[in-house]
Ligand binder design. Structure first.
Ligand code: NAD
Length: 247
């Protein structure tokens, strides 16, 4: 199997896109550490599912905004699995509001999880990959980081920032053979998009050339590709998985 023996860490792996990424990496043979936060039981269920299918996995509580949690995660993974070969920064939240009404807390919470969280994990795991002289980092951004979106000043800024972070990390870590890429999903069927009202959903669907919402598995396939040896000469890209929405 393509990723046999590689150790993958996925933030926010308890549900939605993160869960699909964990299952897809495990299906390719990776040993998967499923990180959960307030929903650790969801992360444990994903790890159990991987083990039931014959894979190796465990779940761990890691709030990506808490540096001590992130550093502890690195220690636990190294003790248990010995390396970290793949890091997927998937944890993300939305707190939508019209820009001129947006509260400080709504701005800060989203930047903290979506941008600082990825920075915390890249810095901590990057040190391990630097020593190993190998590694794959994949950041889950969003097409709204490229296009902007009304009601999402905080979210689109965090996702645009994540693209800048991806490119800088790609340049800094390339000397050790580490690749850093971003996957930008469009409109994917998850709990995050369930909250979108019916009329807005119809308008969004009209804007997708391929005429359907994406599935978490569509995003997971792009991630497993970027984690694979086939993608060894690809770094610093933003791969849109959006049915053509943001081209
Ligand atoms: P989701 O709400 O189903 O999952 C988000 C995950 O992030 C959960 O596991 C949650 O526990 C975790 N999380 C939240 N705060 C955290 C914290 N402080 N520390 C650690 N984990 C934390 O959302 P989803 O739709 O599966 O989204 C996954 C990623 O994909 C996010 O980064 C999101 O921005 C991005 N994305 C989603 C869509 C979409 O249409 N669903 C589109 C573009 C980008």
């Amino acid at each position: 199997m393509e990723l046999a023996g590689r150790v993958a860490v996925v933030t926010g792996g308890s549900k939605g896109i993160g869960r699909a990424i964990c299952l897809a990496l495990a299906a390719k043979g990776a040993r998967v550490v499923v990180l959960g936060n307030t929903d650790l039981s969801g992360a444990e269920a994903v790890a159990d599912e991987i083990v039931r299918q014959g894979g190796e996995s465990f779940a761990l509580k890691t709030d990506v905004t808490d540096l001590s949690d992130v550093e502890n995660m690195v220690e636990v993974v190294l003790k248990r699995f010995g390396s970290i070969d793949i890091l997927v920064n998937n944890a993300g939240i939305t707190r939508d509001n019209f820009l001129i009404r947006m509260k400080d807390e709504e701005w800060e919470e989203v930047i903290d999880v979506n941008l600082r969280g990825a920075f915390n994990c890249i810095r901590a795991v990057g040190k391990v990959m630097f020593r190993q002289r190998s590694g794959r980092i994949i950041n889950i951004t969003s097409v709204v980081g490229l296009t902007g979106n009304p009601g999402q000043a905080n979210y689109s800024s965090s996702k645009a920032g994540l693209i800048g972070l991806t490119k800088t990390a790609a340049r800094e870590l390339a000397m050790r053979g580490i690749t850093v890429n971003a996957v930008a999903p469009g409109f994917i069927e998850t709990r995050m998009t369930d909250a979108i009202p019916e009329n807005a959903r119809d308008a969004l669907l009209k804007a997708i050339p391929l005429g359907r919402m994406g599935k978490p598995e569509d995003v997971a396939k792009a991630v497993t590709f970027l984690a694979s040896d086939d993608a060894s000469y690809i770094t610093g890209v933003v791969l849109r998985v959006d049915g053509g929405m943001a081209m």
